[in-house]
Design a protein around this ligand. Structure first.
Ligand SMILES: [Zn+2]
Length: 125
């Protein structure tokens, strides 16, 4: 997170700004409305997790969902890593959904494609 007064990069659990001394309560106040575990709250400060979430949902699309699933999985992991580094950005739920859906649908659509290819191959013989 950044100090709202001077823009200094601070640790997530900082009590006060290391450069200008502004109390962290003021700095963190703007982040409070963004809960993490509650539904319907969007982690705008963690775009990777947010994109992973939407890609995770998009990965449910028949067949064309496969690239979305892979992207959701990768972005979800990146989002989780960002969230671990700076917990204040939130987004672990969204990243988790992205990884979960991405992973399941990637496997699912891969199996579907393999089954289709196998069926096509066996018809030719
Ligand atoms: Zn400062």
């Amino acid at each position: 997170m950044k100090c709202t007064k001077c823009g200094e990069e601070l640790l997530a659990n900082a009590i006060a700004c290391t450069r200008c001394g502004a109390p962290a309560e003021i700095i963190t106040a703007e982040f409070i409305p963004e809960g993490d575990a509650t539904g319907g709250i969007i982690p705008y400060k963690n775009p990777k997790a947010l994109i992973a979430y939407y890609l995770g949902i998009a990965s449910g699309l028949p067949l064309i969902g496969l690239p979305f699933g892979i992207a959701a999985f990768v972005l979800g992991i990146m989002g989780l890593r960002d969230r671990r580094r700076t917990p204040v950005i939130k987004g672990s739920i969204h990243a988790g959904i992205g990884i979960g859906c991405g992973c399941i649908f990637t496997i699912f659509w891969t199996l579907v494609i393999v089954a289709m290819v196998t069926a096509l191959m066996s018809k030719q013989h």
